[in-house]
Design a protein around this ligand. Structure first.
Ligand SMILES: NC(=O)c1ccc[n+]([C@@H]2O[C@H](COP(=O)([O-])OP(=O)(O)OC[C@H]3O[C@@H](n4cnc5c(N)ncnc54)[C@H](OP(=O)(O)O)[C@@H]3O)[C@@H](O)[C@H]2O)c1
Ligand SMILES: [Zn+2]
Ligand SMILES: [Zn+2]
Length: 351
C-alpha cells in the first residue's frame, strides 16, 4: 500500500516546477508520517532542479527544510506522537553502523546518506521526494523536534541553512574571542551571521552587494567588507580564525586567503567542484592556513542547534511564498534578491 501525495516537481533540467502527484510508502514500524506546513527554498533545490551537479533523478520534488506536524507513527515509534511539531532536513536515512554514523556524523555515512530528495530509499529503492509536497514519511531517527519558542515557518531554514553553518562553527570551536567571517549574504550566510554572533564571536561579512551592509549589521555583523573593493580587502589582512564561504558558484578564493590569521581556516560550504583560478599555496604554507569543506550536520547536532536557537530566539528572516510562486522565487534567488530565505506556505498547494 502507498499513499498518493500532491506536490510540485521539475520533469527535466530546463523545466519549470509544476504540480505533480506521486506515491509515498505507507509508514513502516519506525516511521513518522508528517503533514508538511512549511518548506524553505535552498539554493541546493535550484542546483538539483537545473542538474548543476549532474545526477538529478527526474521528476525532482525538491525541498529539505521541512516543518510540519506528526499525523501518525509506526508501531515501534515511541519518541513522537500525533500533533508534535517536527522538522526534517537534508537526509532521511543512513547505514546506522559505519564509523561516521556511530559518531553521529550521518552526513558523512561511509555508505552514503539517503538524501531527502533526489535519492533512493535504502530499503525499497524507490525515489525520495522532498518537501514541496503535502506530507512525508521519515524514519524516526531522522525527525527533529522544533522548540515551542520558535515560529514554525521561520524555523524551516534552520533545517539546512542553520545546520550547515552551525556545524563548521562548532567543529572549529567558535566562541567568545573568535574572529569569524562569512562570505555571501544569502540563506546560509544570514544564518551564519546570527549563529556566530550568538556564540559570542566577532563577526564580519564579505559581500559583493553594498546595499546589504545595514541589513548585515542588523543580522549580527560587527563589520562588513565589500569584496569588490581592494582597499577594504587589504584592510582585513590577517584577521580571521574562520571564514565560512557560502558562495554557490565558482569564484576566486585567493583574495580571501590573506585575511586569514595564522592557523586560520576557510571552510567551503557553497561551491562544489574544481577551483578556478587555482589556489596559490604560498599563503597557506607560510601561515599554516587551511581550506576545508563541510556538509550539513549530523542529527544530534541538528537537534543541538535547534535547541540553541530555541534558547536564543534565533530563526531565519523569511519571505513566505505560495508554491505557485516557486519559479519566480528561483529567478530571484539567482539574482541574490532574497531577504534571506523563501519559505513556501504549503497550505497553498490546496489552493
Ligand atoms: N555544504 C552544505 O551542506 C550545503 C547545504 C546547503 C546549501 N549548500 C550550498 O550553499 C550555497 C549557498 O546556498 P544559499 O541557499 O545560501 O544560496 P543563496 O541564498 O543564493 O546565497 C548565496 C549568496 O552568495 C553570494 N553570491 C552569489 N553568487 C555569487 C558569486 N558568483 N560570487 C560571489 N558571491 C556570490 C550572494 O551574496 P552577496 O550578495 O552578499 O554577495 C548570495 O546571496 C549553494 O551552492 C548551496 O547549494 C551547501
Ligand atoms: Zn539546503
Ligand atoms: Zn553510515
Amino acid at each position: 500500500m502507498t499513499m498518493n501525495v500532491s506536490g510540485y516537481a521539475a520533469r527535466s533540467s530546463t523545466d519549470r516546477l509544476t504540480p505533480y502527484r506521486f506515491e509515498r510508502r505507507d509508514a513502516r514500524a519506525n516511521d513518522v508520517v508528517i503533514e508538511i506546513l512549511y518548506c524553505g527554498v535552498c539554493h541546493s533545490d535550484l542546483h538539483t532542479v537545473r542538474n548543476d551537479w549532474g545526477g538529478s533523478i527526474y521528476p525532482v520534488v525538491p525541498g529539505h527544510e521541512i516543518i510540519g506536524r506528526v499525523t501518525s507513527v509506526g508501531a515501534d515509534v515511541t519518541g513522537f506522537k500525533p500533533g508534535d511539531r517536527v522538522g526534517v532536513g537534508c537526509m532521511v536515512d543512513s547505514c546506522q553502523h559505519c564509523t561516521a554514523c556511530a559518531e553521529g556524523l550521518e552526513q558523512y555515512c561511509e555508505e552514503g546518506l539517503t538524501p531527502t530528495y533526489n535519492g533512493l530509499d535504502r530499503h525499497d529503492k524507490l525515489p525520495t521526494y522532498g518537501g514541496y509536497s503535502e506530507n512525508i514519511v521519515v524514519s524516526d531517527k531522522f525527525v527533529l523536534r522544533i522548540p515551542d519558542a520558535l515560529d514554525l515557518k521561520a524555523a524551516a531554514p534552520l533545517l539546512c541553512a542553520g545546520i550547515t553553518t552551525w556545524s563548521p562553527l562548532r567543529h572549529w570551536n567558535v566562541g567568545a574571542g573568535t574572529n569569524v567571517a562569512v562570505v555571501g549574504l544569502g540563506g546560509l550566510g544570514h544564518m551564519a551571521l546570527k549563529l556566530a554572533k550568538a556564540m559570542g564571536a566577532h563577526v564580519t561579512l564579505f559581500t559583493r552587494s553594498p546595499s546589504k551592509e545595514p541589513e548585515a549589521r542588523r543580522l549580527g555583523a560587527d563589520n562588513v567588507v565589500l569584496s569588490t573593493d581592494d582597499a577594504q580587502m587589504a584592510a582585513a589582512h590577517g584577521m580571521f580564525d574562520l571564514i565560512i564561504d557560502t558562495v554557490p558558484d565558482i569564484h576566486d578564493l585567493n583574495p580571501y586567503m590573506p585575511s586569514l590569521a595564522l592557523n586560520g581556516t576557510l571552510v567551503l560550504v557553497g561551491y562544489l567542484g574544481a577551483l578556478e583560478p587555482a589556489l596559490n599555496t604560498v599563503p597557506l604554507i607560510l601561515g599554516r592556513k587551511a581550506v576545508a569543506g563541510s556538509v550539513i550536520g549530523g542529527i544530534a547536532e541538528t537537534q543541538e542547534m535547534l535547541d540553541f536557537c530555541g534558547e536564543h530566539g534565533i530563526v531565519s528572516d523569511i519571505e513566505v511564498i505560495k508554491i505557485q510562486e516557486i519559479n519566480e522565487a528561483y529567478e530571484r534567488m539567482l539574482r541574490s534578491d532574497v531577504r534571506y530565505r523563501f519559505v513556501i506556505d504549503m497550505a497553498s498547494l490546496k489552493a
